[in-house]
Design a binder for this molecule. Structure first.
Ligand code: ATP
Ligand code: MG
Ligand code: MG
Ligand code: MG
Length: 468
């Protein structure tokens, strides 16, 4: 059985032998890039190499990159706990060419690594190409993939973009079929989001740059950017379709079960999965200098942590939980990511403080939520005003309320929530002009938002979506 740490070395060693420089992961907070909240893929640190603005002393690179997808264009927060393949924090393995090799080498590299070094049977693999990309189609055919397993996709799934601006291009993806016992269909089918066919690797042909006004230019050089989710490969190499059953995630789930004296696979199963996932994203974010706050990156951290705290509460534990799991995380990942070990005391303290504070209002908030729900017809939306009250009085981020309701098949009236928020802001603004002082810190955020003083990312994922 290959462990996650062994998979990382196999990948990096393979590409090092092919002339790639092994480059360390960049921090989760991108340097000098207000267009992006967190590193969401391996290419982020190389963005300027693709556009030609920056030159390095290598033209081939390979990395294991820390990624967080909890806001913006790539947001998987709502998938955690519900799919077998999504995390908010994960590691992306990648190989990069800056104007060096292109499609005809990138495709054979990927195939050789997957079928020879990871020893994955070609009979279990499917590939996709952008619908107009005949060249990629032919390359897969030449390598021996049957035509019936090379699927042309016309959607944005096969045209990769980091965010609304930046380098981008058509891509080709490799999927693994976990077999009939799982529900799901091949890429491009209506059931593709099931847990049977899982995307493991995305190979992007970087050839365009997207601008804010919607226009796109062809880049001067043709480059390669790839991303393989290490947890997904670990899952299939360890004989499971479930990322959360892999060695590393399992150890965190078991730590959560031990500390709460509960069964990792019992009725609290989903809570343990969410906790294990959120432990990684919150700890790595803190290690990279993000602190909980009411705006921007710090608010995303706070939201993730509050979600985790609610799941911990549902397991019936009275005391804060998250900080007690940090030692296991450091045991698992401290060697590959020494910053985690260095920041351990800060991580533990921050998690403990945040969870302790939130628990003071969590109970009352959940009671209020119950009260608001009694009397509502089954399946009816929670009124926006109620969700706003939970946000305003009890510190419930909107997505936490949505997460809580999803278990009951309910949603929130988000228009109503936005309206209540707007009304609150208007009131605060009026109070401010009267006194000459900020009556509410939200006024400041509102102004910062409008004038772009910070990369304010909104109170909910919708706002964040438009801004990153
Ligand atoms: P999916 O369609 O499954 O959501 P994606 O197309 O959004 O994945 P990419 O942006 O192509 O993913 O990222 C490259 C690779 O990173 C994916 O092929 C996958 O192996 C991995 N990956 C992407 N998102 C996640 C996630 N949330 N958790 C774990 N691995 C991920
Ligand atoms: Mg995705
Ligand atoms: Mg995809
Ligand atoms: Mg993809």
């Amino acid at each position: 059985m290959k462990t996650l740490n062994e998979i990382r070395s196999t990948f990096l060693n393979y590409f090092e032998k092919q002339g790639h420089t092994v480059v360390p992961s960049s921090p989760l907070v991108p340097r000098n890039d207000p267009t992006l909240m967190f590193a969401n893929s391996g290419m982020v640190q190389f963005k300027n190499c693709f556009t030609g603005v920056e030159k390095r002393d290598y033209v081939r690179a390979t990395t294991a990159q820390k990624c967080v997808r909890a806001g913006g264009k790539h947001n998987d927060l709502d998938n955690v706990g519900y799919t077998a393949r999504h995390h908010t924090f994960f590691e992306m393995l990648g190989n990069f060419s800056f104007g060096d090799y292109f499609k005809s080498e990138a495709i054979p590299f990927a195939w050789e690594l997957v079928t020879k070094h990871f020893d994955i049977s070609p009979q279990r693999l499917y590939t996709t190409v952008y619908h107009t990309d005949d060249e990629a189609f032919e390359l897969w055919k030449k390598i021996g993939v049957p035509e019936s397993r090379i699927i042309r996709i016309a959607t944005s799934d096969n045209f990769w973009q980091m965010g609304p601006t930046g380098p981008c291009g058509p891509c080709t993806e490799i999927f693994f079929d976990h077999g009939e016992k799982f529900w799901g269909g091949p890429p491009g089918s209506p059931e593709e989001d099931g847990d049977r066919f899982i995307e493991i690797w995305n190979v992007v042909f970087m050839q365009n740059e997207q601008f804010e006004d919607g226009s796109m230019r062809a880049l001067d050089m043709q480059s390669i950017d790839t991303g393989m989710g290490i947890e997904r490969v670990a899952a299939l190499l360890q004989g499971t379709n479930d990322n959360y059953a892999t060695d590393l995630m399992r150890s965190l789930i078991e730590a959560s079960a031990n500390v709460t004296s509960s069964d990792p696979d019992g009725p609290g199963k989903t809570h343990h999965r969410v906790i294990a996932d959120h432990l990684r994203s919150t700890s790595f974010l803190i290690a990279d200098g993000v602190m909980p706050s009411n705006d921007g990156r710090g608010y995303v951290l706070r939201r993730i942590l509050r979600r985790a705290a609610r799941h911990a509460h549902l397991l019936g534990v009275q005391d804060p939980l998250m900080h007690r799991l940090v030692p296991e995380l450091v045991r698992q990942m401290g060697e590959a990511y020494p910053e985690l070990r260095e920041a351990q005391p800060l991580i533990e303290e921050t998690l403990k403080l945040e969870e302790t504070r939130f628990r003071q209002t969590l109970d009352r908030g959940l009671k209020l939520l119950d009260e608001e729900l009694t009397g509502l017809p089954e399946g009816a939306e929670l009124p926006g005003a109620s969700a706003f009250k939970l946000y305003d009085t009890y510190g419930f981020p909107l997505d936490l309320t949505q997460d809580a309701l999803r278990e009951q098949g309910r949603t929130v009236d988000t228009d109503g929530f936005d309206a209540a928020m707007a009304e609150q802001k208007a009131k605060a603004r009026a109070a401010w002009s009267g006194s000459g002082e900020a009556a509410d810190s939200r006024v400041w955020f509102d102004i910062a938002d409008k004038h772009g003083a910070t990369d304010f990312l909104g109170y909910d994922t919708e706002t964040a979506e438009g801004q990153i």
